[in-house]
Ligand binder design. Structure first.
Ligand code: KIV
Length: 271
């Protein structure tokens, strides 16, 4: 086990210290106990129980349908597998937009029922009141700007965001507003690398990118994408570290063959 992995439990303060000393932050999604245990043991800094569970776990086309109860189920499973990483949970669509009281009660349910350490919310000034209310209850909040998949029906497409000056200007303002409001970090999704660099360079809090270039304070990917379980999703920013889809497919084919050929179980594999 490396020194890095033996290090103390990751908190929001540890992430700040990492930014200060220029150490990059490694973040991945997880949605279940077994995967969380593996990636925590490997030394990941932050685990995001993303609402991408709606896509990769439940097979929905968007993140819109996933419910608070479903996120709580995923998050509590993940927390049971984690000893070191900071666990951040997405507040799902419809549980915080436009009603700060409801936002607070959604965040409280996540914290009480899962044991997670923080929540993440999509949006800027539109959600400031909800962010403020949640922070006032002592719950750490992470922001998410750029491509915000919960608003897919407003955008209409998953193309790169903030390429035009006006949208870039709003994103910079939103990032500063979120920092001033008290979020401990911000995810920037699918925006030009230059813009992400400018945002990360002008904020004190850590900025984690996904499709936002290398000049930010850390990176996040969806675990099913980086392990090659999903095959159809191939954006430019995705680096696949494995082809688990092919591996699993091959292993299952072999298992089926072994059964059909009465090779499994053999004499040593029975009582
Ligand atoms: O839900 C998710 O997986 C996310 C990441 C893409 C940042 O929000």
């Amino acid at each position: 086990m490396s020194e890095h992995i033996k290090a103390k439990r990751v908190t929001t303060h540890v992430l700040n210290e990492m930014k200060l000393r220029g150490e990059k932050i490694a973040m991945l999604t997880a949605y279940d106990y077994s995967m969380a245990r593996i990636i925590d043991g490997a030394g990941i800094d932050v685990i995001l129980v993303g609402d991408s569970a709606s896509n990769v776990m439940a097979g929905h086309e968007t993140t819109v349908p996933i419910t608070l109860n479903e996120m709580i189920y995923h998050a509590s499973s993940v927390v049971r597998g984690v000893k070191r990483a900071l666990v951040v949970v997405d507040l799902p669509f419809g549980t915080y937009q436009g009603n700060s009281k409801e936002a607070l009660s959604s965040a409280i349910r996540i914290m009480k029922e899962t044991g997670a350490h923080a929540i993440k919310m999509e949006g800027g000034r539109e959600i400031q009141e909800s962010v403020t209310r949640i922070l006032s209850a002592g719950i750490p909040v992470m922001g998410h700007l750029g491509l915000t998949p919960q608003s897919i029906h407003k955008f209409g497409t998953y193309v790169v965001r903030a390429q035009e000056e006006e949208e870039a200007k709003k994103l910079i303002e939103d990032a500063h507003l979120l920092e001033k409001t008290g979020v401990f970090g911000i995810v920037l999704e699918k925006i030009p690398a230059k813009l992400a660099e400018e945002v990360a360079g002008s904020l004190k809090i850590p900025v984690i990118g996904i499709g936002a270039g290398s000049k930010v304070d850390g990176q996040v990917l969806v675990i099913h994408d980086m392990l090659g379980i999903t095959q159809e999703f191939s954006p430019r920013f995705l680096r696949r570290y494995h082809n688990l889809n092919r591996e699993i497919h091959g292993a299952v084919e072999k298992y089926i063959n072994d059964i059909k050929n009465v090779d499994f179980p053999n004499d040593k594999e029975q009582y």
